[in-house]
Design a protein around this ligand. Structure first.
Ligand code: 5AD
Ligand code: SF4
Length: 473
């Protein structure tokens, strides 16, 4: 057992006293009024945040709240924020601003803000000074302290600004509440050591810490036993899993172990760093029973000088080598990527190199972002920032190039039959049901309520750049 990264069990257990106290208080309120206090959890950002929010929801249930889908009738609001781009922060701040009137209507409402945005001191200060009705603020190292913070606020009346821990330790054993009964996320590691020059993550989520293999195997086995069908392993850089803790096993070994679990399920993982995506990992995937043939491999840029300036530690030759090996071993693999346009100093030539790489690699799907300077990161200090109009124009060209490629990649799937895990009625297209293929492509079809959470055989009749359309057979 590696003690270095793991929060002592007693510290997690210490929260149980606060949890129990709140549970008794919330039970008494329910008996008195015939109404249970409600908690609303709002999440911004990536899957890691979604996974953290499942813990916030789990803790809220343990404290005797019921969960609600709207802030309007909530007694406790928790906003789990993101810091990856300016836009994510502005969205969270604007929503937090809207809660002012809820607090005015219901002074006993408790509002807590947590996550990556408020792990930054300047944003914590913003909340302190500009949002006086926010009751407590806690960063990513203090997620497990939620019960204590609520107790503190209730008992002393003062707002609570939880100081950041100097060490970010893994808190095992927190209750998890998942909205889905068939898709799950499992964090296998936290934090990042890479310090890509544009990225805020290492500053707000600390250094890499891996969970022990035994804990992960136990969690995934339990999910499979409980009927979960699609399990995504999460980490900022899953390929360096285990290295931080000196475990005698790596990510490929972990996948191998998880692949032994019996049942009808798929394993996915994100995110991989191209500098660490090993042949061993690809070999394990190709030989596995449960690992989906889907790979998210953020390229960020197709220009070697820009990759260097980004501190990415690979070049386009190395990237192509990994992709070629992957396609050789798994010809059916779905490949997706992240691209940033308008990184400081990106010339027209650099940008065209990125477009050329898109044509060469031919991703199935791309998450594209306009570079957003993040306070405290080296790239934000650079003089040669790209004007917004240039960034936007490049972004449009990137999308146009990728959309044409995605359409060409999806067309050959027409008339094929694919296995799709159904997610129920589509939010964007309520006349149809939606699901995901093994390659994580979106499939639309006419379904029935009974299909939700099950695999259906899906005949592709039509494809566009973003989705497949067809029928159940
Ligand atoms: N600006 C724009 N995009 C960013 N990303 C990370 N930091 C920034 C930034 N400052 C993108 C990267 C990463 C994805 C999750 O977000 O492409 O892979
Ligand atoms: Fe950010 Fe780079 Fe770490 Fe990904 S690998 S979280 S982009 S610093």
């Amino acid at each position: 057992m590696n003690e270095k990264n793991i929060l002592p069990r007693e510290e997690v257990a210490a929260q149980e006293v606060y949890t129990l106290r709140l549970r008794q208080e919330n039970d008494a309120y329910a008996t008195e009024t015939g109404r249970r206090r409600k908690a609303f959890v709002l999440t911004f950002g990536c899957q890691q945040n979604e996974a953290d929010s499942e813990k916030l929801a789990g803790m809220s249930l343990s404290m005797g709240y019921v969960l609600t889908q709207t802030p309007d009738d909530a007694d406790l609001i928790l906003v789990n924020t993101c810091a990856i781009r300016e836009h994510a922060e502005q969205k969270a701040l604007s929503i937090i601003g809207q809660y002012k009137h809820l607090k005015a209507k219901n002074p006993s409402l408790l509002i807590g803000v947590c996550g990556c945005m408020v792990t930054q001191e300047h944003r914590k200060d913003d909340i302190k000074h500009r949002y006086p009705y926010v009751d407590f603020v806690f960063g990513t190292s203090s997620l497990h302290r939620l019960p204590q913070l609520i107790c503190q606020k209730i008992e002393h009346g003062k707002r609570v600004f939880c100081p950041e821990e100097s060490e970010y330790l893994v808190a095992e054993g927190l209750p998890i509440h998942s909205e889905s009964s068939y898709r799950a996320w499992v964090s296998i590691m936290y934090g990042c050591n890479n310090f890509c020059s544009y990225c805020i993550v290492p500053y707000v989520r600390g250094r890499e810490r891996s969970r022990e293999m035994g804990e992960i195997v136990r969690e995934v086995s339990e999910l499979v036993n409980n009927g979960y069908r699609d399990i995504t392993l999460l980490g900022q850089n899953v390929n360096s899993y285990g290295k931080d803790s000196g475990y005698p096993y790596d990510f490929a070994d972990l996948l191998c172990e998880l692949d032994k679990i019996e049942g009808d399920f798929l394993l996915r993982f994100m995110t991989s760093h191209p500098k660490d995506a090993s042949r061993k990992l690809i070999d394990v995937m190709a030989a596995s029973k449960h690992v989906a043939h889907q790979f998210h491999l953020p390229m960020q840029s197709g220009s070697d000088p820009i990759l260097r300036a980004m501190n990415r530690h690979y070049d386009t030759t190395k990237y192509l080598d990994t992709v070629n090996y992957m396609r050789e071993k798994m010809p059916d693999v779905t490949l997706t990527s992240d691209i940033i346009v308008g990184f400081p100093g990106e010339s027209e030539e650099d940008f065209e190199a990125t477009l050329a790489m898109l044509e060469r690699v031919r991703f199935d799907m791309l998450y594209s972002f306009i570079y957003s300077p993040r306070k405290g990161t080296p790239a934000a200090e650079k003089e040669d920032q790209i004007p917004p109009a240039v960034k936007s124009a490049r972004f449009e060209r990137l999308l146009a190039t990728q959309n044409a490629i995605a359409l060409e990649k999806n067309q050959p799937l027409v008339q094929k039959t694919l296995r799709v895990l159904c997610d129920g009625v589509s939010k964007n297209n309520p006349a149809l049901y939606a699901g995901r293929t093994e390659g994580n492509k979106i499939a639309f079809f006419e379904g029935t309520p009974d299909d939700t959470g099950k695999y259906v055989d899906f005949l592709v009749e039509r494809a566009d750049a973003f989705a497949l359309y067809g029928k159940k057979i």
